[in-house]
Write a protein that binds this ligand. Structure first.
Ligand code: PXP
Length: 236
């Protein structure tokens, strides 16, 4: 199972101060050194965390695998074609949302998504669609000739009861199997953390997980003592 680490959350901390630190590009170097398969970042239309400058620097330094999440808009496709990430993941985007809510509507927008996928693939960019583990969306993803689907695990992560969790896991498992049978590569992500990832890892068809918030959140705690020690030393 490959791990892509989403570094948007480092940029979110930077943007809270609107200065140059902490730099998500520096974070990518550490993520790479720690053995992750790749770096994931989302260039949102409103540029609320990751900026254009970040993705271009990331492209320079990420030699492993750079997965650019973006909306299926003309502006973003132009940037992707210029940037040449290893993979583009098309995601739905709403200005008012805090994070990506729900999966991409592929079945209802076949022509638009097909054209976007084809345009990206023409430029040798592997293309993934971030969708709900829903058979209609999976079949539509195969119809538009996407290379991968990333199954949205947000609903699973938010389940409050063991029963609901089991049902959602079954849905993800069935979705992964259906996608693989249709020849699609399968990844998964959103809301995965140190407590809920184990069940997802058991799904054999899933090749890759993209995880951000829980890893960056944990890094605050695993790194906080060292950071305080360094400042205490400095001001002694
Ligand atoms: N995959 C996709 C397509 C996403 O949009 C996100 C969130 O940016 C993630 C994975 C990672 O989600 P989380 O930060 O909850 O781990």
């Amino acid at each position: 199972m490959r791990l892509g680490v989403n570094i948007d959350h480092v940029a979110t901390v930077r943007e809270a101060r609107q200065i140059s630190e902490p730099d998500p590009v520096a974070a990518a170097v550490l993520v790479d050194l720690a053995g992750a398969y790749g770096i994931v970042c989302h260039l949102r239309e409103d540029r609320r965390h990751i900026k254009d400058r970040d993705v271009y620097f990331l492209r320079e330094i990420v030699k492993s695998h750079l997965n650019l999440e973006m909306a299926a808009t003309e502006e973003m496709v132009k940037i992707a074609i210029d940037l040449k990430p290893d993979m583009v993941t098309l995601v739905p985007e709403k200005r008012e949302e805090v994070t990506t809510e729900g999966g991409l509507e592929v079945a209802g927008k076949i022509e638009h998504i097909r054209e976007t996928v084809s345009n990206l693939k023409k430029h040798r960019i592997v293309t993934s669609l971030f969708i709900e583990p829903d058979i209609k969306q999976i079949k539509a993803s195969a119809r538009v000739q996407a290379d991968y689907v990333e199954l949205h695990t947000g609903r699973y992560a938010n389940c409050q009861t063991a029963r609901a969790k089991r049902d959602e896991l079954d849905r993800i498992q069935a979705g992964a199997l259906a996608a693989a049978k249709l020849g699609l590569g399968v990844s998964a992500g959103h809301g995965l953390n140190y407590h809920n990832v184990q069940e997802i890892v058991k799904i054999r068809e899933i090749e890759e997980l993209n995880i951000g918030h829980s890893i960056i959140g944990r890094a605050i705690f695993t790194g906080l003592q060292q950071a305080v020690r360094e400042m205490v030393e400095l001001i002694k």
